[in-house]
Design a protein around this ligand. Structure first.
Ligand code: NAP
Length: 297
């Protein structure tokens, strides 16, 4: 039995069918009892911060995949409770239940002194996993192409403006969740994966303005841009903190993305490189939109 935490997310939605196709029995930890799951996936309802729910979820699971994220700030989720405390609670529950393999989907640049809370919490969870006694694999994907196609271009096919946070001129490596899903399946099912920390990159570095250019190419027309200057995400990351915490850390992350080296050069040389390009991603998103707004990925 493989337990997937985060099976309803951008990555998880692409992961579950691949595991089912392989004939693996799969269970998903879901917060909503009515969450939509592919046929054949067993559901364990509960929150990753609830120890009793975790006990039920890990019972009989030989492999656990943790693909949760609190970065979206949905229904009170945040990096500290979900990527930090909740993930560490899942690691402890899996170890106590005797799981034989744990795959943690971490994040590119996870480290103790990173300016983003997400990377710091993922790093702490990586450390907890390394000392858990279970065989482990840690994956560190680059930012998601699907997510950033949507952030920049949600309203573009329907004639709206593209959203560019900061200058939008910093080359960033993005990877498709389809490519990440393949690497997660390997980590969860293939031999010789234990003890590996794998950076998962995409085939090219793209600026946010470069994403706009791909929309222009796909639509065959110029795309108007709404720019939020770098100073605004920085200021918002401080000002929004007491009121809307999710906006604060997301704004901080946008400012870091606009100014930090997040190109392919910064990836570990023995990482995995996905195949899907941004041109393909934007082209298929525009075709699927039918001229309406892009659905959330
Ligand atoms: N997106 C990126 O750019 C990116 C980049 C690098 C690494 N990653 C990592 O890749 C993995 C997948 O990310 P994603 O893009 O698929 O994230 P996502 O679309 O935001 O999905 C988050 C998932 O976590 C679940 N979740 C959130 N809070 C939870 C809680 N308290 N208890 C149980 N489940 C909870 C959500 O369930 P609900 O359906 O109930 O909300 C959802 O299934 C994460 O580990 C993320 O950190 C993502």
């Amino acid at each position: 039995m493989i337990l997937v935490a985060g099976g309803t997310g951008t990555l998880g939605k692409r992961l579950l069918p691949r595991l089912i196709e392989r004939g693996e029995p799969v269970r998903a930890l879901v917060r909503r009892a009515d969450a939509s799951l592919p046929n054949g996936v067993e559901r364990a309802v509960g929150d990753i911060t609830d120890p009793e729910a975790l006990k039920r979820a890990v019972a009989g699971a030989g492999t656990v995949i943790c693909a949760v994220s609190g970065f979206g700030g949905i229904r009170g989720a945040d990096p500290r409770t979900v990527d930090g405390l909740g993930t560490r609670a899942l690691i402890a529950a899996a170890a106590a239940a005797g799981a034989e393999r744990f795959v943690l989907v971490s994040v590119f640049h996870a480290r103790a002194d990173h300016p983003n809370e997400l990377q710091r919490e993922k790093f702490l969870s990586e450390q907890a996993l390394r000392t858990s006694g279970m065989p482990w694999t840690i994956l560190r994907p680059a930012p998601s192409m699907e997510r950033w196609t949507w952030v920049v271009g949600e309203n573009v096919p329907s004639g709206g403006k593209a959203l560019v946070l900061g200058r939008g001129e910093n080359p960033v490596n993005f990877v498709s969740a389809e490519d990440v899903a393949s690497v997660v399946v390997d980590a969860a099912t293939a031999a010789d994966q234990a003890g590996r920390v794998i950076d998962v990159a995409g085939p090219e570095d793209v600026t946010l303005m470069g994403i706009v250019g791909r929309f222009e190419a796909a639509l065959g027309r110029p795309v108007p841009v709404r720019r939020v200057p770098t100073a605004a995400p920085r200021a918002m990351s401080v000002l929004a903190r007491p009121f809307v915490p999710a906006r604060a850390w997301q704004a901080r992350a946008a400012a870091v993305m606009d100014t930090t080296d997040m190109s392919i050069r910064a990836q570990a040389p023995d990482g995995v490189t996905g195949q899907r390009t941004f041109t393909e991603m934007v082209g298929s998103a525009v075709r699927a939109s039918g001229g309406g707004p892009l659905p959330e990925p």
